[in-house]
Write a protein that binds this ligand. Structure first.
Ligand code: SAH
Length: 226
């Protein structure tokens, strides 16, 4: 797909990606990443964010901040999308699990790099809107499910990479269980209006779980009781 040819938003997207790169430099101390990988930069340059933003927010589609997508939910800030994708350390071609389809924008960024994306969304209407937007842009390597994503997508487990885009109060055990040896999961953890941190959970080759805290963040909650 050569979407950037004749794309009136290509210049705006380049400017946004430059801002995201500035944010990476500013947050190096916490994230350990001075710039997004070439793979992540290319993915962000290719995905037409305006296609995932509601009509009344089009003017802000390429602003580096989260936007409302209805049902009290948000499309994450582009810097956070880039950072979380980068922290997954994808090689390309693998199968990735995303919890919280939302607008479908993050799924698109993942689908640019991964071979296959499984994405789970709790709100049926959001999943349907995202499926339509992703189909319009031309993504074929994304599978959708409307369900409580805290249970993951066990049939296709284990995954080398899992991303959760809503904050849980604790790391869901069933998601950790679906992480392959050597796999990485990136997720926000914390109370709804309290402090939240972006956490990386890794399963090493021997099966041992290693957890580290990356950055303080603010996400909508992962719904459902414990
Ligand atoms: N990745 C999305 C961000 C969406 S915000 C994007 O790029 O736009 C988080 C999403 O998680 C919301 O759409 C919300 O409905 C969904 N969500 C919250 N709790 C969930 C759960 N238990 N299972 C699946 N999805 C959930």
């Amino acid at each position: 797909m050569d979407r950037n040819v004749n794309d009136p938003f290509a210049a705006e997207r380049q400017r946004l990606i430059d801002e995201v790169a500035d944010d990476f430099r500013r947050t190096l101390k916490w994230t350990g990443r001075s710039q997004p990988s070439a793979q992540v930069l290319n993915a962000m340059l290719r995905v037409p964010r305006h296609a995932f933003v509601p009509p009344d927010q089009q003017v802000s589609a390429y602003v580096n901040r989260p936007l409302a997508i209805g049902h009290g939910q948000t499309i994450s800030q582009p810097y956070i999308v880039a950072l979380m994708t980068d922290l997954l350390d994808l090689r390309g071609g693998e199968t990735v699990l995303e919890i919280g389809t939302g607008s479908g924008y993050q799924a698109a960024v993942l689908a640019e790099i991964a071979g296959l994306v499984h994405t789970v969304e709790f709100v049926k209407e959001l999943s349907q809107t995202a499926q339509a937007a992703l189909a319009r842009v031309g993504y074929r390597n994304i599978n959708f499910r409307v369900a409580d994503g805290r249970a993951g997508w066990p049939e296709a487990a284990p995954y080398p990479a899992i991303m959760v885009t809503a904050a849980a109060e604790t790391v869901p055990d069933s998601l950790v269980a679906q992480l392959a040896p050597g796999g990485r999961m990136i997720l926000p953890v914390g109370k709804t209006n309290g402090p939240q941190n972006l956490i990386r959970v890794r399963r090493d080759e021997t099966g041992r779980i290693v957890r580290d805290t990356i950055l303080s963040v603010a996400f909508v909650p992962l719904v459902g009781g414990d």
